[in-house]
Design a binder for this molecule. Sequence first.
Ligand SMILES: NC(=O)C1=CN([C@@H]2O[C@H](COP(=O)(O)OP(=O)(O)OC[C@H]3O[C@@H](n4cnc5c(N)ncnc54)[C@H](OP(=O)(O)O)[C@@H]3O)[C@@H](O)[C@H]2O)[C@@H](O)CC1
Ligand SMILES: [K+]
Length: 480
Amino acid sequence: MQGIWTTERIRAAEDLLLARTPDGELMRRASFGLAAEVAGLLAENTGGVSGRRVVLLVGSGNNGGDALWAGAFLRRRGVAVAAVLLKPEKAHPAGLAALRRSGGRVVSIADSPQWIEKADVVVDGIVGISARGALRPEAAELVARIEAPVVAVDLPSGVDPDTGAVDGPHVTAARTVTFGALKPVHALAPQECGNVVLVEIGLRPWLDEPDLWRLELSDIAAVWPIPGPEDDKYTQGVVGIAAGSATYPGAAVLASGSAVRATAGMVRYAGHAADVVRSRWPEIVATGSVTDAGRVQAWVVGPGIGTGGEGREILRHILGQGVPVCADADATTIIAHTPEVLDARDPDTPLVLTPHAGEYERLMGRRPGPDRVAAAREAAKKYDAVVLLKGHCTVVAAPDGRVAVNTPRGSWLATAGSGDVLTGLIGSLLASGLDPWLAAAAAAQVHSLAGALAAEDVPTSASGLVDAIPAALRLVRAIA
Ligand SMILES: NC(=O)C1=CN([C@@H]2O[C@H](COP(=O)(O)OP(=O)(O)OC[C@H]3O[C@@H](n4cnc5c(N)ncnc54)[C@H](OP(=O)(O)O)[C@@H]3O)[C@@H](O)[C@H]2O)[C@@H](O)CC1
Ligand SMILES: [K+]
């Protein structure tokens, strides 16, 4: 798992490291790595480094200092470097002196447009982890002129370092070069960061438990249930699916199919779409009601069950079974409107909730807002449940405070029925006995991987997602 630390934690660790490191050493490490990445991008895009043109946008702090030092290193490789100082009186003195010594040029804001237009790469050193809010007008005006690919120093300026929120003009980078450790912006604002490259500066020993996690494919491979020689259809966990209706069987077919494809364990279906489910997935044991469904190790409940009295009774029955439950879609709405259904739950049995922003609002009485990590954490605490907050980046919070962020692979999952597929994946992992937070986070990753594989650059459908689950799992196991 990759750790991610908030800027407050990064700053505290940097203070400890700075106190033990010669003056300027950390910035030199950071900017040397930055210069190498800029040179790499120049070579990729233009076929060379020497003679290419780089413009540095330099703000008033150390982020600008990194850019200036990187400019000095790039000069040694024959790059023509021009620095635009947004606040000349506050530009990092040692960095500016180094750039000048190396033969780099400083251009005024008034002259900068012609330089920006001719640049092969623009380096965004406007603001780093001390950033607050969107770009200020002067910086925004320069950024609007950029046509060349941008390398962001530490993070794209104008994007909030701790929430990834964007609230006005900001930089959109082709590559973000960060130092010492990943910050929340890197996981939460993938579209603005582009490719994220981490340059080691020796910070890691000064950081303890991360604030957020990102699962790697090897983590998923390590926990995904694969049958061993001793296993049979029951030992791997039986998942029950209570979804869909006679009029709307789609949710039932998708959630059940996803569970069938996710693990080799058995899948039971209970509800009004039993005939349709059975004909599409003959391996599923389907019955008409949750009361005669037989024993399962986890339940998925909600998609398409309706929000009326029958849905409520189904949910109440399932919550009383003493096994982990993934409550999705209509079940979320039922919980929001009649929270007393949760009285049926044994507090020790795991519950996973999977709200999108609208469902979150029903559950919590307000929208998630720009700090989606805090929003998910709050809901997890309130409901004593793992909360998977859907969005472009999925945030998975456990009641104990652990948070995983799933950086998407494209926007392919924005298709009808996609949520039903995710809930089937979560249910089958819960049935295998996996920690519910890990189950939800791993399911979200495999879901987005299946989306990317199914789409292959053209739109896909939820059925396509179900069909791509085996390929996604094959890839997970191959990479691990
Ligand atoms: N510490 C270390 O060991 C290492 C640190 N390193 C580097 O230092 C960076 C952090 O540097 P930092 O703390 O000096 O502040 P930084 O982010 O450059 O901001 C500067 C000033 O910008 C302003 N400003 C704020 N918001 C703004 C906005 N929206 N739009 C425009 N301007 C805005 C505000 O100043 P103001 O104008 O308000 O006076 C703020 O004080 C870090 O990201 C990394 O790159 C690396 O070298 C590795 C070693
Ligand atoms: K920056």
